[in-house]
Design a protein around this ligand. Sequence first.
Ligand SMILES: [Zn+2]
Length: 75
Amino acid sequence: MKYRCPTCKKNFDNTADRQEFFPFCSSRCKLVDLGSWLNSEYKIAESPVNSVNQDVPLRQTGKNNTPSEDSEANH
Ligand SMILES: [Zn+2]
């Protein structure tokens, strides 16, 4: 029976020695698929970090505009 590897789109026979990789044609394709799935998860988690980096200059100026503790020290 011929199967199609979801990773490399290659047709392969699901022989006994490939059962552990099914539905992938090899351990490499199985790991690649798992890695790409994890990478997509990480990208979703990292996308807010990238926007934060763009806001860093604004946040630094914001810190300078909050002298609440300094005014209390002057009293
Ligand atoms: Zn493959």
